[in-house]
Design a protein around this ligand. Structure first.
Ligand code: PEP
Ligand code: MN
Length: 333
């Protein structure tokens, strides 16, 4: 980190700042120019509040040389992280598809979808039991009963399950859940991130609706700082001025995140576009752009879905998409 001081500042003010920085555990190298002094901070600056420094009377500007994330940083871990869930791997050269309904609605619905996505080649089954809905009057999920149905589908199909956790009080219900999803709306729920950081199971972290990639990686860092390094990042579209799609799928997040972090990156074209007819083209584009996996919403009867029907693929369309995903993957080899 580099701190540029204002012109002609008093010696004792500079000395006080250098002393304070020393107490923060960094060593300071001062360079005095003809007009200004520049302080180079050496050591771990990740805990230094850059805005606090910037606000000081004698400080002109502060620049970070190193990113504020360490455990997620590719610079310190050049090798790709591969997250293993049973026989499924996500990351590095391994690719996996997570598919299933937006919400678990009934035993019959979940088992029909689970069998269909398994037959089409999905590696993991998704389904929301606790649903973050914009309206308090919308279907909120089957909660504990939904988790029970997911575990039943897992037993029947052998597919590992992915489901969203919204509150730490629900954690005891997630003991046999294979991958815990932290949804877009909770990406910066730091207390929740700390709670899942204390667990030892894979976390699927979705990008916040209006989050920068640095904020996204910092949220992964929260989980990793607690010792849980099995984090999968999911780009699911961001808020823009565009209204033709539910969100705007930021495909450039794939190569950009790839450069920033070693964590696996998957793409959810269902929430990103909001329309079933846009899901396949964007899924294929994500694969071509280097995604390590996809998360696709599939429903046996989309028109009757209790949540996200318009963006859900019926099983035959999902099966067709899987063939095309495989064709794009082999074309890339
Ligand atoms: C979901 O995956 O069902 C979901 C609610 O996604 P997001 O958090 O990305 O909106
Ligand atoms: Mn959904």
């Amino acid at each position: 980190m580099i701190v540029i001081l204002k012109d002609q500042e008093k010696r004792e003010q500079i000395d006080l700042l250098v002393e304070w920085l020393g107490k923060q555990g960094v060593s300071v190298q001062a360079t005095e120019g003809a007009h200004r002094t520049i302080l180079g901070l050496i050591g771990d600056t990740s805990h230094i509040d850059i805005d606090l420094l910037r606000a000081l009377e004698i400080v002109e500007d502060v620049k970070r040389v190193q990113e504020p994330y360490k455990k997620a940083n590719r610079k310190f871990h050049p090798k790709d992280t591969v997250v293993r869930i049973g026989d499924v791997e996500i990351g590095g050269d391994s690719f996996a598809v997570i598919a299933g309904p937006c919400s678990v609605e009934s035993e019959a619905q979940l088992s029909a979808v689970a069998e269909a996505v398994k037959g089409a080649g999905a590696g993991l089954l998704r389904g929301g039991a606790f649903k973050p809905r914009t309206s308090p009057y919308a279907f909120q999920g089957l909660r504990a009963e939904g988790i029970r149905m997911l575990l039943e589908a897992k037993r029947r199909t052998g597919l590992p399950i992915v489901t969203e956790l919204m509150d730490p009080s629900q954690i005891p219900l997630f003991e046999e859940v294979d991958v815990i999803q932290i949804g877009a709306r909770n990406m910066q729920n730091f207390e929740l991130l700390k709670e899942v950081g204390a667990l030892r199971k894979p976390i699927l972290l979705k990008r916040g609706l209006s989050s920068t990639l640095q904020e996204f990686v910092m949220s992964a860092e929260y989980i990793m700082a607690g010792g849980n390094e099995q984090v999968i990042l999911c780009e699911r579209g961001i808020r823009t001025f565009e209204t033709a799609t539910r969100n705007t799928l930021d495909l450039s997040a794939i190569p950009a995140l790839r450069q920033m972090t070693h964590l696996p990156i998957i793409v959810d074209p269902s929430h990103a576009t909001g329309y079933a007819r846009f899901v396949a083209p964007m899924a294929l584009a994500a694969v071509a752009a280097g995604a390590n996996g996809l998360m696709i919403e599939v429903h046996n009867d989309p028109s009757a879905a209790l949540c996200d029907g318009p963006q859900s693929l019926p099983p035959d369309a999902f099966s067709d998409l899987m063939k095309r995903v495989n064709a794009v993957r082999s074309a890339l080899l």
